[in-house]
Design a protein around this ligand. Structure first.
Ligand code: GLY
Length: 557
């Protein structure tokens, strides 16, 4: 039924005359990555080739957030046939992984092992994603689309405050491993602002991929070096783990919200399902009117209660659908949401412990997102990650590859919070070959005369940030407003309503407290949203980068 109504909607929407985008728009977390994407478009590539160029350049210049030692979800819309698909290049647990692998003799999670060094690393997926994108969706060979990244690794990029701060924060871990120390402490010191960070080994690895495709990374010399280094430092990867890695094409989650058609991330992301649940709960209320009548604490309260319920479901039901049965139809069904909505008291917060079911966490500058529209109307919304800032801290000797610490996105022990304070149960327990549950939520919205492409990094808060961006779009605001909007977040447990510094005035905070919410004002801000939009009536495109970080780069060409 859902598929039928989607098909009908697409048919109807495409009967409205659409002007092709007049220009291409790219928004990413770094100007070198945005420029790389535009360069590839000017060389005859499409949005999917540009996505390879942007992803690989971010892997070099914003490696605290994503990289070829990590994974990604690329959500694609192909203009010529309207196909929407999610390329799942998420990392995968190695074959020797097992449920209790991070528990010590007392049954407690060893957080050091779960987060740092090669035991924390799952088998990376990003390079396999590049090959898949180039082979099935792009127009150019990898030797062309990887060129900007190869140059950036070879010639270096100037250090900037965000990466410098992450190196400082992670210094102890990085110094444990000689190959990491050589990159991040070239003269024994943290690089100064403007100093070039050069990565010759990474350039060589990227060249091997440019020449041999996926096999240049998952097989041969690079693979052997990675496995040798991983095993030497206590990890469990094997050559077979690398060779067996493949990306998967996933049907995106789709949902309707008050006439808008959403296309968003499927499992192993929890994002699309959670966003669908929240929007289905909220769809009965005219939130735009609530906001405009000056009663914003009521709006915030209703949204928070919807967030609480969707994150409760996340912790119970969600995991890799290749391993566990996730009740996707139920969780995204309007009737299910109606039941959840009926349990919401419009004037009082429901303590999370009273919801049937089974703690201050990071800001989430880690992970990265970019959005692209090309002049054919192809779209890419991609969120990429190595997990926490500079990931496991471990660069495999001789490869330049910084390994992810995505294993921490599994539930190492039921009910035990991970680095983002998220809890999980059996659905997300560690199993060989399984992909850890993610919050990454690359999203498209197709409306009658507009298209929106958005996403953000931010760990567990990704879902609520994308949601708030969407609600701002539904309120009729433009792309610059979505990325600017003050943010708040509730994730069921801990039972707190987190708000960005200065997000609400004192009266709003008092009103929310009176409804029973424990409001926690963060010291700063979170997220790094990069979004693009297309007005189908005029053909105009627009792009915006989150003002919260200094390197965001949004350009229309
Ligand atoms: N590593 C963050 C996420 O995938 O949600």
């Amino acid at each position: 039924m859902r598929i039928l109504s989607l098909a009908l909607w697409v048919l109807l929407s495409f009967s409205v005359a659409a002007e092709a985008p007049q220009k291409a728009a790219i928004a990413s977390a770094h100007p070198m990555a945005t420029a790389a994407g535009h360069k590839i478009l000017s060389q005859g590539g499409n949005a999917f080739d540009a996505a390879i160029a942007v992803s690989s350049t971010l892997a070099v210049v914003e490696q605290q957030s994503s990289g070829i030692g990590g994974g990604a979800f690329w959500l694609l819309h192909r203009a010529k046939d309207g196909k929407n698909i999610m390329i799942d290049g998420r990392e995968e647990a190695p074959a020797a992984a097992y449920a209790d692998m991070y528990l010590d003799e007392n049954g407690d999670v060893n957080r050091d092992l779960a987060l740092y060094g090669p035991l924390a690393a799952a088998i990376p997926g990003e390079i396999a994603g590049f090959e898949h994108l180039a082979k099935y969706y792009g127009k150019l060979p990898l030797s062309v689309s990887l060129q900007p990244a190869i140059e950036a690794a070879e010639k270096g990029f100037p250090a900037y405050p965000r990466i410098i701060k992450t190196i400082e924060r992670k210094a102890k871990v990085l110094k444990r491993y000689p190959a990491s120390a050589a990159i991040y402490f070239p003269d024994g010191e943290v690089p100064k602002e403007g100093e070039l960070i050069i990565q010759k080994d990474l350039a060589k690895t990227l060249k091997a991929v440019a020449k041999h495709g996926k096999a240049g990374f998952y097989e041969g010399k690079v693979a052997k070096k990675m496995v040798k280094a991983v095993q030497k430092h206590g990890g469990i990867w094997t050559l077979d783990d690398l060779k067996n890695y493949t990306v998967k094409e996933r049907e995106p989650i789709t949902t309707n919200y008050r006439g808008h058609q959403l296309v968003t991330a499927a499992p192993p992301s929890s994002g699309g399902i959670a966003i669908a649940t929240i929007l289905n709960i909220l769809s009965a209320w005219d939130l735009t009117a609530l906001k405009n009548d000056g009663n914003s604490p009521k709006r915030i309260h209703l949204i928070t209660e919807a967030m609480r319920r969707a994150y409760r479901d996340r912790s119970i039901y969600l995991g890799d659908t290749d391993f566990v049965e996730v009740p996707i139809q139920l969780l995204t069904h309007p009737y299910y949401a109606a039941g959840l909505r009926a349990g919401i008291n419009p004037t009082k917060a429901m303590p999370s412990e009273l919801l049937p079911g089974i703690n201050d966490n990071p800001k989430g500058e880690d992970t990265t997102h970019f959005s692209i529209i090309d002049t054919e109307g192809n779209l890419v919304s991609a969120t990429l990650t190595v997990n926490t800032g500079l990931a496991s801290g471990f660069i495999a000797d001789g490869t330049g590859v910084l390994l992810n610490n995505e294993m921490d996105d599994f539930s190492a022990k039921p009910g035990e919070p991970n680095a983002f304070g998220l809890i999980g149960d059996d659905a997300n327990k560690i199993e060989p070959g399984k992909r850890p549950l993610s919050s990454m939520s690359p999203t498209f919205v197709f409306s009658e005369d507009k298209v929106a492409v958005l996403g953000t990094p931010g760990g567990s808060r990704i879902i609520t940030m994308v949601l708030l961006g969407l609600l701002d779009y539904f309120d009729g605001n433009d792309v610059h407003s979505w990325v600017n909007k003050p943010r708040y977040h509730h994730q069921y447990l801990p039972d707190k309503l987190y708000i960005e510094k200065g997000a609400f005035d004192a009266a709003t905070i008092e009103a929310l407290k009176a409804k029973g919410h424990e409001v926690v004002e963060h010291r700063g801000h979170w997220g790094n949203m990069h979004a693009v939009s297309w007005n189908k009536k005029t053909g105009e495109v627009d792009a915006a980068s989150d003002p919260r970080t200094t390197t965001g780069s949004a350009t229309v060409k």
